[in-house]
Ligand binder design. Structure first.
Ligand SMILES: [Zn+2]
Length: 413
């Protein structure tokens, strides 16, 4: 249907307007990402959609697909081009509109669609676009599917098919938020900073946290796809510093920082210090296995040695499996071993049933942290005490010492 895509085409030319541009490097191990206009044009996105439809048919799944897009100036155009390709390839498209990645994953369950294509460049600079996709919920594509997709698209092996259709699902965000908030309310009022870096999560995370009973101080929660302050990325120091300052200013119990597509959540304690994701994992595992419940946890090989040495994890009977870095691998492994949770070091957490559905949802991670704090109250000083205990720090809690000094001086792990 489309001619073979080219790896480079000069913009503002006849060829640019008539030929798919798809740079091969955009096909990555477990998702796809390109600089829009420079590395992929909209015909290229159409060709990608048709290629995906061809692959979904090859995989033999029912051709129902959820699509969504993140909050960027061009994401809707990219999604529309992708949809036209998917429909030409015979996919029945269920569009949930503006969404977080986990909202699209939730829709696969809620709308009973085997496939998903989420248009997002996550936390990356403006100019980038990408697609996270899957055909076996809650998993997303791995290297095998990505390589085959690359071959189909770049060698123009796609097939057009009858039967494509389009349906917009109104009010889906409310369904997603209601699902997350459907749980007992927190017993005590936690004051939380919900930092969104003006990204998509700003439309959803503060509302959900309020609904579960938190006192929420939103930080940069207004949507603004120029990202006037910093990119929504909880690994970015600018974002962490802003969260630290807000935690200290508002005397919050915890700071929660969401990335651009809402599948990750960074955690800052009540002293304003970032707690790295692997250590948040240790704390959550301690909490979720409390009372000797034990259970299987999957962690990134690069994670802290505490996973092997922590006496409480041992006492609780926790089984730890160290697995290959990369959120797709950790997700697969966690689902394979029916783990209670899988923790990837950049902040993707995968909670198995009944707490989660096996995919990464930053808002659900935030809820897990809030519920952990709710279950482990400490009159003296909340999360930093819990953190010191759980992370094997020899130092006593430094809250008192810290508050005497200028606390806004540094961020440590
Ligand atoms: Zn993300």
């Amino acid at each position: 249907m489309f001619p073979k895509p080219k790896a480079a085409i000069a913009p503002n030319t006849y060829e640019y307007e008539t030929t798919p541009l798809v740079k091969p490097t955009g096909f990555r191990e477990y998702d796809a990402r390109w600089l829009l206009e420079k590395e992929i044009n909209l015909i290229g996105v159409q060709a990608l959609g048709l290629g995906m439809a061809t692959l979904f048919h090859e995989l033999g799944v029912r051709p129902d697909i959820v699509v969504g897009h993140d909050f960027r100036g061009y994401s809707m155009s990219v999604k529309t081009a992708l949809i036209s390709g998917l429909m030409a390839g015979g996919m029945r498209v269920h569009d949930v509109g503006l969404a977080l990645s986990p909202m699209a994953y939730f829709a696969q369950f809620d709308l009973d669609c085997p496939c998903v294509a989420m248009v997002t460049a996550s936390h990356n600079d403006n100019g980038w676009t990408g697609v996270k996709m899957g055909a076996a919920r809650p998993l997303t594509f791995g290297p095998d599917e990505m390589n085959r997709l690359k071959e189909i698209v770049l060698e123009a092996k796609s097939k057009a098919r009858e039967g494509g259709s389009y349906k917009f699902i109104p009010g889906f965000a409310e369904r997603y938020m209601a699902d997350l908030a459907k749980r007992p309310k927190l017993k005590r009022k936690l004051k939380v900073i919900a930092a969104c870096g003006n990204g998509t999560a700003g439309a959803f995370a503060p509302k959900v946290l309020e609904a579960i009973g938190c006192e929420v101080v939103p930080l940069d929660a207004e949507l603004d796809h120029t990202f006037p302050k910093y990119n929504p990325n909880p690994e970015d120091l600018k974002m962490l510093h802003a969260v630290r300052d807000a935690v200290l200013q508002h005397k919050a119990d915890v700071g929660l920082a969401f990335d651009g597509d809402g599948d990750r959540c960074g955690v800052v304690d009540d002293l304003g210090e970032e707690i790295f994701a692997d250590k948040v994992g240790v704390m959550l595992a301690r909490d979720m296995s409390a009372g000797g419940k034990g259970g299987q946890f999957i962690v990134d090989v690069k994670s802290t040695g505490l996973w092997l040495t922590d006496p409480v994890l041992k006492q609780n009977g926790v089984k730890v499996d160290f697995w290959k870095t990369g959120h797709s691998y950790i997700k697969r492994r966690a689902n394979e071993l029916k783990a209670i949770a899988g923790f990837e070091k950049s902040g993707h957490f995968f909670f198995g049933p009944p707490f989660g559905r096996g995919y990464d949802d930053g808002i659900l991670s935030a809820i897990a942290v809030c519920e952990m704090l709710d279950r482990n109250p400490d009159k003296k000083c909340r999360i930093c005490v819990w953190r010191c205990r759980a992370l094997g720090s020899r130092r006593p809690c430094r809250r008192i010492a810290m508050t005497k000094r200028n606390t806004a001086s540094s961020i440590k792990s």
